[in-house]
Design a protein around this ligand. Sequence first.
Ligand SMILES: NC(=O)c1ccc[n+]([C@@H]2O[C@H](COP(=O)([O-])OP(=O)(O)OC[C@H]3O[C@@H](n4cnc5c(N)ncnc54)[C@H](OP(=O)(O)O)[C@@H]3O)[C@@H](O)[C@H]2O)c1
Length: 318
Amino acid sequence: MDEIELGTTGETVSPLCLGTMRFGSSTNLEVSRAILDRYYDAGGRFLDTANIYGTGVGDPGESESELILGEWMSDRGNRDDLFVATKIGFEYDDVPRSLDPDLVKREVEKSLNRLDTDYIDLVYAHVDDRETPLEETLTAFDRLIESGKVRHIGASNYYGWRLARANTLATERGFTPFSCVQPRYSYLTPHRDADFDPQRPATDELVSYCDEHDLTMLPYSPLLGGCYGREDRPIPDGYVTTENRLKMEAVQDIADRKDATGNQVALAWMVQRDAPTIPVIGCSTVDQLEENLAALELNLTAPDRSRLDGIETLGGLS
Ligand SMILES: NC(=O)c1ccc[n+]([C@@H]2O[C@H](COP(=O)([O-])OP(=O)(O)OC[C@H]3O[C@@H](n4cnc5c(N)ncnc54)[C@H](OP(=O)(O)O)[C@@H]3O)[C@@H](O)[C@H]2O)c1
């Protein structure tokens, strides 16, 4: 798996990041570990978790996903080979939704413990917090970076203008800026009235800001539950439009022609964007993972690309 640069971090990472949101909850321990093993053996080194993933399953307030990753890394002795991302800021258990400096410090310490590591490669602000001044949150992250406990920071579910404000402030005041962005993003475009709150879909403005400032985009829910290749998964709510029906036909035609699946075409479309884009893939079986890894080998031709991109979209994201 050829690595690619990650935003402004100066590091290289795997071109597909393994999302572990369901580990320890709907994906049991045994399958979670089998998925981790297969991803690692295929050369994957980029893991995505969060302090809220799998809370409410085991001990109160504990992220089962982080615990599973921590135990697996410790058993395999491979922590230093991996690039581990987690996220803080959403509410869970008795922890409020916030990026207050004390909470940032406390939540990172808890994640370090669960992940059984001295450092986290990337910590995302999982959600924007309009109550806490940006400089207070950025100062808290800076202290963690200075202490070596956190290496880089990213932003998830931010509006483009808030991200621009945070990174402008960082430049002016000498804080570490957000170096990459994790929005909701897929080949199908949501309709204008779709509301996924508190999730924030990528907008033209966010994408253009990222492209202009070399911030890698790491789309989450890139397959919209696998809808590009499963009869049991219709186009999801918020995406039912004429354009998206045409998009689905184009995906299926290209998949049939290439003896691939629709989900592979949707992932290939994403990783072959002009601007660096790393999908955060979710899989609940090793077979799904195999299929998604194989998407890296699927080359879309210029005519395939122009057909996929030529279908009118509300925002024109491509
Ligand atoms: N930052 C955020 O706010 C945020 C939000 C959501 C997710 N995330 C991250 O993004 C990751 C992925 O999110 P997601 O699970 O919502 O992604 P998704 O791409 O929308 O859905 C993943 C699901 O699609 C199905 N699937 C995946 N590959 C398939 C294949 N090859 N064939 C058939 N079905 C397939 C599986 O559904 P079944 O399990 O039903 O079979 C799988 O669980 C998460 O693990 C997490 O790390 C971040």
